[in-house]
Write a protein that binds this ligand. Structure first.
Ligand code: FAD
Length: 656
């Protein structure tokens, strides 16, 4: 009862704008609504681009809060963090400051799909983000709840139903705040409802009220936007000292933590200070409690779609009865006595949550600090957005984060940064920009959202990126930092200069490696290795040698220190680049070929349904239905990927 009443008290607390956090001006270039992962990146990016920016959020002290899991990165998500960092965003550096357990996931696969990940100390993460925002020039931060979005109808008979954003109104009858651009990043708060057992109550997150209904009304009724409903849930937090860790499998961190940020060579946490995670498994007793709890669990009875890749324990048991599931016990902070049981998100009543947990041997005496709960919220169908993340029919209104149907901090941060860039550019009368699928995971994410939409919470995977060997975590700076400074305007000169130094260093290193050419026999002698085949004739360059699995750059530099030692700081990057270079060159040529062949005529009687099986049915059906007249028109069809276009191009060329 205590837990539920504290939850309800939190919800009924009225948002306020205390002295000291009142807006200093009444007019801004950009106003960002919401201080979660999307909103903080959006506000910082808009200010970096040069816009006078205001961030309004319900509570200053929840800025940068990790609503659910205390971790950042992972497979696909780690790539997003590296790209946000390459564009001078905050989350990578915050992760390096707050990380307490670093590990690179997917190490058994190629480095293109490695997933940098860290467990975080919640408080340190928040502190870092708040300090960064408060120190950002041209950015004001204000506590308050936005009650209404102010818009004007555009008088243009050619384009009826279009609007222009003019500002926001806060709760409490304060005068309106004007802005050229507004970014909504309301996360799980828009018409949010919390679920625990059979009880439900308005809320965006435990302890926080939902976003005002006025905001939803403007989006739905005034702007006519199509809005859907999604859900998610979080596990109970448990007391570490009530867990029998001797019955759990220890999972140590990497011995050498890999920082997220290109600006950092070390993480704040020393390697030996990192905390371990633990692995336990569910038992048949867990299934039994889930089945007994179903009638008392209104969240699970709803049809609303939840995150498929982060399902609740109820959904896992219902889908795979009798199976034992992994549960990771993750530390919540350096000095915290709380553990986060990843894999046990649940919404049954608290007494049943306790019974369920105690079915796991290591948790037989466990105590709960806060119960798990679920949240259902409105999202705006993202096909109504442009690739800039501006709403197609409303000039100056941008949306980012969970409001667009995504799930996860990294997806929110990536969209926030890009919406911040474009909202600032719109306010400063600069052209809006899009990132392509061929240059970044951020481009893949936004393209998927705006062209395909979502039917369930969207999360990033490396398999979503057709050109993933090009879009590696190691080269995000070369892909984005230079562009971020030269074309976008969101990257500092200091970061740009560092990226230029790295780029020139790598080019010089590859020129040197390419100039070191010997017969395989000579290389065998120089490197004292037998791994270079005896039968191989001709000569080999040092770049080609680096493509051998068991030859590292350090091996080459030890044998030829005069030429190669100057580039030792890039040794891992040189190895990865050398391995992927031939494949990436092919992919780049394919991309250029598509660009060259934009005008290629596509006959109206093409039999799209007989296109190679490597093309998805969805793509074949789109082509069959629309029958584009040129290759360029096909590339612009919603749902069409660059890989699909390559197949189409090959198919048409072979036919001709
Ligand atoms: P949020 O981080 O939710 O931030 C929204 C911000 O907007 C808040 O600061 C809020 O106070 C503010 N705000 C809202 N309305 C207003 C207003 N009208 N005026 C002023 N400020 C406003 N992610 C996963 O990847 N996996 C999971 O399993 C998962 N489970 C979750 C379970 C729960 C219960 C919750 C609450 C979240 C969960 N998440 C999960 C989601 C994760 O928290 C989000 O993906 C991420 O935080 C989204 O970031 P955001 O910036 O879009 O929104």
């Amino acid at each position: 009862r205590k837990w539920w009443s504290s939850l309800r008290n939190g919800l009924s607390r009225v948002s306020r704008a205390p002295a000291g956090y009142r807006a200093i001006h009444r007019r801004y270039d950009v106003i960002v609504v919401g201080g979660g992962h999307a909103g903080t990146e959006a506000a910082a990016a808009a200010a970096r681009v040069g816009a006078e920016t205001l961030l309004v959020t319900q509570k200053i002290d929840t800025i940068g809060a990790l609503s659910c899991n205390p971790s950042l990165g992972g497979v696909g998500k780690g790539q997003l963090v590296r790209e946000v960092d390459a564009l001078d965003g905050l989350c990578g550096r915050a992760g390096d400051r707050a990380g307490i357990h670093f590990s690179v996931l997917n190490r058994s696969k190629g480095p293109a799909v490695w997933g940098p990940r860290a467990q975080l100390d919640r408080q340190r993460y928040r502190d870092f983000i708040q300090a960064e925002l408060l120190a950002t020039p041209r950015l004001e931060v204000m506590e308050g709840s936005v009650e209404e979005l102010l818009v004007e109808e555009e008088v243009d008979p050619e384009r009826p139903g279009r609007h222009r954003v003019t500002g926001i109104r806060l709760a409490g009858h304060t005068p309106p705040l004007e802005a050229s651009s507004v970014i909504l990043t309301t996360g799980t708060f828009l018409s949010g409802f919390l679920f625990l057992g059979q009880t439900s109550s308005p809320g965006g997150r435990i302890g926080d009220p939902p976003s005002s209904s006025g905001l939803s009304r403007t989006l739905k009724e005034t702007l006519g936007l199509q809005v859907g409903r999604l859900r998610t849930g979080t596990p109970p937090r448990i007391l570490k000292d009530s867990v029998d860790l001797t019955l759990a499998t220890l999972h140590p961190p990497d011995q050498h933590p890999t920082p997220f940020s290109f600006l950092n060579t070390h993480t704040h946490c020393k390697p030996e200070e990192q905390l371990p995670c633990y692995l336990v498994r569910t038992t048949p007793g867990v299934d039994r409690v889930v089945m007994e709890s179903l009638d008392d669990n209104s969240h699970i009875q709803q049809d609303t779609k939840g995150p498929r890749y982060c399902p609740s324990i109820e959904s896992r048991v219902l889908r795979f009865p009798g199976r034992s599931h992994q549960v990771w016990l993750e530390p919540e902070g350096m000095t915290s006595n709380l553990l986060y049981p990843q894999g046990l998100s649940m919404t049954m009543p608290p007494d049943m949550q306790l019974r369920l947990l105690r079915q796991i041997p290591a948790l037989h005496r466990v105590e709960i600090s806060t119960p798990g709960y679920g949240v259902q919220y409105d999202y705006v169908c993202p096909t109504q957005l442009c690739p800039s993340l501006q709403v197609k029919t409303t000039q100056g209104l941008f949306l980012a984060g969970q409001i667009n149907g995504t799930t996860g901090y990294e997806e929110a941060a990536a969209q926030g940064l890009w919406a911040g860039v474009n909202a600032a550019r719109s306010a400063l009368a600069a052209p809006l920009l899009a990132l392509s699928r061929t240059e970044s995971y951020i481009g893949v994410l936004i393209d998927d959202l705006v062209t395909r939409g979502v039917t369930e919470p969207y999360r990033m995977f490396t398999s979503r990126a057709e050109f993933r060997t090009l879009l590696r975590p190691d080269n995000a700076d070369l892909r984005l930092t230079l562009k971020g400074f030269e074309e976008v305007g969101c990257v500092s000169a200091q970061r740009y200069n560092e990226a230029v130094r790295v780029k020139e260093g790598l080019e010089e290193a590859f020129a040197t490696l390419g100039s070191l050419s010997r017969s395989p026999r000579d290389w065998r002698k120089t490197l004292e290795t037998s791994s270079i085949s005896q039968s191989k004739g001709g000569t080999l360059t040092a770049t080609e040698l680096l493509q051998y699995n068991d030859i590292t750059y350090d091996d080459l530099a030890a044998a030829l220190p005069e030429s190669l030692a100057p580039f030792l700081e890039f040794s891992q990057r040189l190895k990865i680049e050398a391995v992927y270079r031939p494949h990436c060159e092919l992919q780049k040529k394919e991309i250029q070929r598509i660009q060259r062949e934009e005008g290629m005529y596509l006959s109206p009687d093409l039999d799209y349904l007989s296109l190679p099986v490597s093309l998805s049915n969805e793509v074949r059906e789109i082509l069959d239905r629309v029958r584009p007249t040129t290759l360029g028109a096909a590339t612009r069809l919603p749902g069409m990927t660059p890989a699909a276009i390559v197949h189409l191009l090959n198919f048409v060329t072979q036919k001709n």
